[in-house]
Ligand binder design. Structure first.
Ligand code: BGC
Length: 360
C-alpha cells in the first residue's frame, strides 16, 4: 500500500510539473497559451543576439511563450532545432536561416502541420512553406553603400582615379546577392569609365563573396590582394558588405603597414556593430549601415500576431522577393547610413547604444 501511494505521489508530481509547459518543455505560462519558435543563425555576430533578444521580448509582451534557439552557423543543427520545435508543437516559426536553401524539407513538415513560417531578415529559398518575410530593403543597403562611396570620392565630378576592391557576403544568403546588386548598380559606371580601377580585376560575385560572412576568410582574401596587386600602389577604397568582414580587411591592412591617420582607405560596412561604430570613431572604418533590430523585431512580432489571429499583416512589398517557388509578401524596413557625423543622433539619441558603450 505504502508503495502504491509513493508511486501515486510521484506520478502526480510529474503530471503537475508538466502543466504549463508545451510538450517539449518550453515554459508556457503565456497569456495566449501559444509558443513561437525562433530559429536564429549564430551568436558570433552581435546583431543576431540583439535580434533574438528583441523578438523574444516583443513576442512575450504580446502574450506568447518563445522558444529561441541559435545554431552557431551549423546548418544541420538549425534543421534539427526547427524539427524539434515542430515536434514540440509550436504555433508559428520565425526563421533567420544559415543556408537559405537548406530548410526546404523541414519547412514542408511545418506546412503539413499548419504551422506558419515567417522568414526573418533572410529570405527562405525554394519553398512554398513560408507565409511572410520581414526584412530591410537589402538592395537599398547596397545602393546606400555605393552612394556613400560615390559622394565621398565625388565620383560624379572628379578627374581623379581610385584603386578599389570589392567584397560580397555569403553566397548562400539571398541578402548578399541583393546588396551586391545595389552596390554595382551605383558603382559599375565608374568602373566602366575608369574612375574606379580594380587592380585585381575581381568583381564577379562568385569571386568576391565570403562564405558565412567570415572575418578570417575576408582577412585572408585581403592579404592575398595586397600581396598580389598592391606591391607598387596603394588601395583607396574597399567596399565591404558587413562590419565583421571589415574587421578582417582592417587587420590585413594594418599588417601590410597601412596607418589610420596616414593612408588608410575608405572602408564601408553594415550592421552598426558596436565594434564597427568604434572603428568609425577611430578612423579604421568610414561608414556602416544601421538596421535597427528593434524595428525589425517589432514588425516581425506584429506579423506573427496577425498570422496567429488569422489576419493579414501589414506588407509593403509584393514584387521583390521571389524565392523560386513564390513571391513572398514582405515588409521592408529602411536602413540608415552611419558615419562619424550622425553616430550620436542615430545610435545614441535613439537609445541603441549608450555614449559610454561607444566611447569605451
Ligand atoms: C544580414 C546582415 C548581416 C549578415 C551577416 C545578413 O543576412 O542581412 O545584416 O550583416 O547577414 O550576419
Amino acid at each position: 500500500m505504502k508503495k502504491f501511494f509513493a508511486i501515486f505521489f510521484l506520478l502526480s508530481v510529474i503530471l503537475v510539473s508538466g502543466c504549463g509547459e508545451n510538450s517539449g518543455g518550453v515554459k508556457n505560462s503565456a497569456a495566449t497559451g501559444k509558443v513561437v519558435g525562433v530559429a536564429m543563425p549564430t551568436q558570433t555576430a552581435q546583431r543576431w543576439i540583439q535580434d533574438g533578444d528583441h523578438i523574444k521580448s516583443q513576442l512575450e509582451s504580446k502574450g506568447y511563450a518563445v522558444d529561441l534557439k541559435y545554431a552557431e552557423d551549423d546548418i544541420k543543427k538549425q534543421i534539427e532545432q526547427i524539427d524539434t520545435m515542430i515536434e514540440e508543437g509550436v504555433s508559428c516559426l520565425v526563421v533567420a536561416s544559415i543556408d537559405s536553401t537548406a530548410l526546404v524539407d523541414v519547412l514542408a513538415k511545418a506546412k503539413e502541420k499548419n504551422i506558419s513560417v515567417i522568414a526573418y531578415d533572410r529570405l527562405l529559398m525554394d519553398t512554398d512553406s513560408v507565409s511572410y518575410y520581414a526584412t530591410f530593403d537589402n538592395k537599398g543597403v547596397g545602393i546606400l553603400i555605393g552612394r556613400y562611396v560615390e559622394d565621398t570620392l565625388d565620383l560624379r565630378h572628379t578627374n581623379k582615379t581610385f584603386n578599389a576592391e570589392f567584397f560580397a557576403g555569403s553566397p548562400d544568403d539571398n541578402n548578399a546577392h541583393f546588396l551586391n546588386e545595389g552596390v554595382f548598380e551605383v558603382l559599375q559606371p565608374y568602373i566602366d569609365s575608369g574612375k574606379l580601377k580594380v587592380p585585381s580585376g575581381e568583381t564577379d560575385f562568385n569571386t568576391i563573396c565570403v562564405l558565412r560572412w567570415s572575418t578570417s576568410t575576408a582577412k585572408a582574401r585581403m592579404e592575398r590582394l595586397l600581396q598580389n596587386y598592391y606591391a607598387d600602389k596603394k588601395i583607396d577604397v574597399i567596399v565591404s558588405p558587413y562590419d565583421g568582414i571589415s574587421y578582417g580587411i582592417d587587420e590585413a591592412l594594418k599588417k601590410a603597414g597601412y596607418k589610420v591617420s596616414k593612408d588608410f582607405p575608405l572602408i564601408t560596412g553594415q550592421d552598426a556593430d558596436l565594434q564597427g561604430v568604434k572603428n568609425i570613431l577611430s578612423g579604421e572604418q568610414s561608414m556602416t549601415i544601421f538596421k535597427d533590430t528593434r524595428v525589425l523585431a517589432e514588425k516581425c512580432a506584429t506579423m506573427v500576431e496577425a498570422v496567429l489571429e488569422g489576419k493579414v499583416p501589414e506588407i509593403n512589398d509584393t514584387i521583390s522577393y521571389d524565392n523560386h517557388k513564390m513571391v513572398v509578401p514582405s515588409y521592408l524596413c529602411q536602413p540608415v547610413v552611419i558615419d562619424k557625423n550622425n553616430i550620436d543622433k542615430e545610435l545614441v539619441e535613439s537609445g541603441y547604444y549608450t555614449k559610454s558603450e561607444i566611447n569605451k
